[in-house]
Design a protein around this ligand. Structure first.
Ligand SMILES: [Zn+2]
Length: 287
């Protein structure tokens, strides 16, 4: 009996060892590498070219793209990669892209926001020409981003151009369906105003004719005065939904939600699954 157990244990150990080796070897890829800034960009890039390229987010899941610093391993991997896809104007990008360009002169840098109609940032009072960086949180912009990504892959790897264009068309169909679903929710009745800690839904609110009230004050924790004014404004506009993001402190948003007896909802605009997140946001605004 003892012996049988021992044999079983040895078998299990060997088996799990084998599995671990298999998993490890699977993550080592000899495909050419592409870096992107955030997870939703990785999603779009993988849908278009994941088969031929290995795509990595510079700002990994759970990190704040306004403040993230790349690791030495990432900097080395970037130097060996083919291209870097940026979203345009995130804090991380403003801080790091000029340095990354200097250190990786053979890497092609592509700004996927090219062609987007930028909106003024609601939390950058000091610098009026600085546009809002959260361009990807609405279908109309996602379609432009996807076209820019597809163009880049066609340029990098013309041999598989047909496939990239086919994948682009599929993605654009999905984006269009997402927009149709949101428009359905809007026409059934949607909250006209919502509050949010960090203003990541500026373009979404603009596209669907609703108003975003930002709790953060100029990128910082709100002062008691700002908080009081905001609560009054939320009250007069009958705000019923307060969004928070996991990367930010939720304390002030909780105070506001309690005062207003509003629903506090955690969203993740950096979700890899772009469609799931955008539809979740719209559903939470249903009347
Ligand atoms: Zn942000």
């Amino acid at each position: 009996m003892k012996n049988r157990n021992l044999v079983l244990l040895v078998c299990l150990t060997l088996l799990s060892g084998g599995l671990i080796t298999a998993c490890k070897s699977k993550t080592v890829s000899d495909k050419p590498k592409i870096f992107v800034t955030i997870e939703p960009l990785r999603y779009f890039a993988e849908q278009i070219a994941g088969h031929y390229f290995d795509i990595e987010s510079m700002v990994p899941k759970g990190n704040n793209p306004e403040t993230y610093d790349p690791t030495p391993r990432q900097l080395m991997a970037l130097a060996d990669s083919k291209a870097y896809l940026s979203i345009g104007n995130l804090g991380f990008e403003k801080q790091w892209i000029p340095k990354l360009k200097e250190n990786a002169s053979n890497v092609k840098f592509c700004d996927t926001s090219l062609g987007i109609n930028y909106l003024e940032s609601s939390h950058q009072h000091e610098n009026k020409d600085d546009y809002d960086p959260h361009i990807w949180t609405t279908p109309s912009n996602a379609a432009i981003i996807v076209k820019n990504i597809s163009n880049l892959f066609c340029e990098l790897d013309p041999q598989h151009q047909e496939e990239y264009i086919k994948n682009q068309i599929q993605l654009l169909t999905m984006i269009q369906q997402t927009d149709a679903e949101i428009r359905g929710i809007v026409s059934d009745g949607i909250q006209e105003t919502f509050a949010i800690y960090h203003p990541s839904l500026t373009y979404f609110a603009h596209d669907y004719g609703i108003e975003q009230l930002c709790i953060e004050d100029n990128g910082k924790e709100p002062s008691p005065v700002h908080l009081k004014e905001l609560i009054n404004q939320c009250r007069s506009e009958q705000v019923k939904v307060v969004f928070v993001q996991q990367e930010f402190n939720t304390h002030n948003a909780e105070i506001i939600a309690n005062e207003l007896k509003a629903k506090l909802v955690t969203i993740n605009p950096l979700n890899y699954n772009w469609q799931e997140e955008i539809i979740k946001i719209a559903r939470n605004l249903k009347k």
